[in-house]
Design a protein around this ligand. Sequence first.
Ligand code: ADP
Length: 181
Amino acid sequence: MLPNIGARESIARHHASRCGNGTVVDCFAGVGGNSIQFAFKSNHVIAIDIDSQRIDYAQHNAAIYGVSDKIDFINADFFQIAHCLKGDSVFLSPPWGGPDYAKVQKYDMETMLKPHTGSFLFKIASKMAPKVVMFLPRNVDLNQLAELALSATPPWSLEVERNFLNGKLKAITAYFENTAK
Ligand code: ADP
């Protein structure tokens, strides 16, 4: 087992149970913790990461879990290729901008997410699929999430979920859906 894959596995399994069985695009796939769980539940996963070593680890980990045939790995900058990608769900676990996220009372997606703002990320992702799932810091500004849902035409639905591990609030997952489709 390679580093980082264990700690978030139970949350990843939960995310997979919520993303359906169609094509899931995992835009910041890292070493594959989420993509592997998506592969257990869905027909097809597209796993993207800008770091070629992480893609290598992700491929290695997918082979250990026996799901390589379900995942297409792409070593690229997500923002460069997003316009070519379509799926049934888009999963975003974007860089939170380092450990400083925990030092502020409210995490501001418009200034702290890297390398682009939350609204830019949502705009791009919402063109790729009717369902967008964002994994975010536990102190993310919930009003900003609501504003993202309302920024779509027509507005998308939003469900906010608090993710606990061993009784500790770890993160927030936002599920956006185009209910008009
Ligand atoms: P870490 O998991 O080390 O904290 P980050 O949170 O900075 O890393 O980034 C999460 C993952 O997203 C990493 O695997 C990183 O390589 C990847 N990543 C960062 N920027 C991009 C991008 N523009 N396109 C695709 N993947 C990216």
